[in-house]
Write a protein that binds this ligand. Sequence first.
Ligand SMILES: [Zn+2]
Length: 311
Amino acid sequence: MSEIAHGRYVGRFAPSPTGPLHFGSLLAACASYLQARQAGGRWLLRIEDIDPPREQPGAARLIIDTLATFGFEWDGPVHYQSARLTRHRELIDQLVQDGYAYQCSCSRSDLARTRRGPLGAIYPGTCRKGSKGHRVAIRALTDRQPITFQDGLQGQQSQCLEVETGDFVIRRRDGLIAYHLAVVADDHDHGVTEVVRGIDLMDSTPRQILLQRRLGFATPRYLHIPVIVDEAGQKLSKQTGAPALRCERCGPTLVAALEALGQSPPDELAEADLADIWAWALRRWNASLLAGKTSIAGNDYPLAATRNGLS
Ligand SMILES: [Zn+2]
């Protein structure tokens, strides 16, 4: 069944099951949900479970249950990226056949010597002219044409991929599908028209736009929201030990999320029913209140932080 609704808004929330939801992931869920619902559109839930070594058993179920407890209502079934590996592999084959991707047999020690830039290692294109070996990665071919897009909150963004990242991996040596390829394939096949997610993923957007162009897919709109950071400016995440969301007091937590998203909810809203909080949020949601904002101080939101002992 195709989910592509022409001219209609389709948004999504796409967590990785690497651990339970935390306050930062609640912000991305809220922003994408409110943006979709206010537009009268659909909101999809997709579990990005294509990297088993990083995943935590039971996390997908926990994420789904937590979202339901907070009152999120997604359209259609929960999508699992792991169920789409055949489609991902077909697209990789297509890119290789069209000359937009190639095999890379560089070893870990070869890659350890490559130059690094702000976006990580910059692959110098060693295997562009052919490589041999049977345990190979597949890289997407980049070029010097700048990729520019207008972010809905952060303004114009531009990268020259050949200079800033070099040809990037779309299938790893161990056979796992890389994030960029899977996200592009799934957003396209689900008809997603706007991607609302944390600003920590903004740097990866030009690589995804390149893949969309190579595959003949439309580019959705992008809206990158600020992320919660600690005093050192580091993103608070599952990896840095942000605490799991607790469901006993969903209302105040949801109101704190709306506050962090710049929506200025009244204090008394924290005591309201979840349904009333959502009704208020839908009426008042205005993403542009976050325009240009890249970070939110975790210290202001005790639910977000662990390091200062407030949680
Ligand atoms: Zn190589």
